[in-house]
Structure formats: structure tokens, C-alpha cells
Design a protein around this ligand. Structure first.
Ligand code: ADP
Length: 168
């Protein structure tokens, strides 16, 4: 399994699946969620709404899959990251579940490449260094896809991932 790192905007990625750091409503939000819905158009939100009507909210750590509308990716996997409180509310395990469940959902749908944003490290305030260590370790211990790309939007996350990947 190839692991790649780029600095940029995940909505531009031409991969089988991009992952959205969604909220449990699945009805859109700010940050990367807003960017994906803006660039992808209304068909993504429509499918999110259908999923909500069927199963209700998406629980933290779980993931759902939709079409990717106008995006170059084939599918969008929406996962709900934990809001970081003091680190005593299972935040780490829940973040592990986000990465694991997104990978599994991609695999189940016959997808081979996936691009992740730095889940929970924006509005949800997960400490970036710890979040990056978790992301890399989950991906490495679950090599079930052909390619994983970490897409860092901000310099701080990009530097953290670059350093972690260079120690391999
Ligand atoms: P969360 O609520 O899970 O913290 P955010 O969207 O606030 O989600 O932030 C998650 C990460 O996504 C942050 O590191 C932020 O810099 C990054 N981000 C924001 N916009 C984009 C984008 N267009 N492409 C990739 N990453 C993005």
C-alpha cells in the first residue's frame, strides 16, 4: 500500500474516494465539509439526506458513502470525527474508528485509492500531532487499499505529517 502526502485542497483530488470530516447531522458544515459540498454540488447533500432519513444521524467514528457530484473523485466517504474535550472521552479510539471505518467502507465498495483530510483537527480541536500519529498508525496497520493520500490544508499539519513520514 502506497502512502502519499500532499498539501492542498481535497476537493481537487482525483481518487476513488475522498473522505469528508462531517458532523453527525450529515447535512453540511464549515471547514472541509463546506468545501466538499460547495465544490461537489447538491447531489451529495441529497444523498446524505436520504441516508439520514433511513438511519438517522451518523455516530462519531462511523462512516457513510455517497456520490461525489461534480468532484473529480468517484465517491465521498463522510465520517464523523470526535470533538476533542480533554482527551478523556474516548477521543483517540473514536478517531481510530474514523480512519478504520472509512477504509473498510472504501474496500467494501470496490475502491482502491482514498484521500483523507486531517479529521477533527479544525473546529473539533483535536491536537494535530496526536491526530497525525493516530492516522498514520491506523493506516499502516490496516493496509487494505492500494493507495492512501493525506491531504493537509494547513502548513502545521503538513509539517507534522512530513516529519512523521520521514522517520520511516
Ligand atoms: P473538524 O470539525 O473535523 O475539525 P474541519 O473541517 O474544521 O473539521 O477541519 C479538519 C481539517 O480539514 C483541518 O485540518 C482543516 O485545515 C482541513 N481543511 C479545511 N478545508 C480543507 C480542504 N478544502 N481540503 C483539505 N483539508 C481541509
Amino acid at each position: 500500500m502506497k502512502i502519499n502526502l500532499i498539501k492542498g485542497d481535497i476537493t481537487k483530488m482525483k481518487v476513488d474516494a475522498i473522505v469528508n470530516a462531517a458532523n453527525s447531522s450529515l447535512l453540511g458544515g464549515s471547514g472541509v465539509d463546506g468545501a466538499i459540498h460547495r465544490a461537489g454540488g447538491s447531489s451529495i447533500l441529497e444523498e446524505c439526506q436520504q441516508i439520514r432519513n433511513k438511519q438517522g444521524k451518523c455516530k462519531t467514528g462511523e462512516a457513510v458513502i455517497t456520490n461525489a457530484g461534480n468532484l473529480p473523485a468517484k465517491k465521498v466517504i463522510h465520517t464523523v470525527g470526535p470533538v476533542y474535550q480533554k482527551g478523556e472521552s474516548n477521543e483517540k479510539e473514536l478517531l481510530v474508528n474514523c480512519y478504520k471505518n472509512s477504509m473498510l467502507l472504501a474496500k467494501e465498495n470496490g475502491l482502491h485509492s482514498i484521500a483523507f483530510p486531517c479529521i477533527s483537527t479544525g473546529i473539533y480541536r483535536f491536537p494535530k500531532q496526536i491526530a497525525a500519529e493516530i492516522a498514520l498508525s491506523v493506516i499502516k496497520s490496516n493496509p487494505i487499499l492500494d493507495e492512501v493520500i493525506f491531504v493537509c490544508f494547513d502548513n502545521e499539519n503538513y509539517t507534522i505529517y512530513k516529519n512523521l513520514l520521514s522517520y520511516e
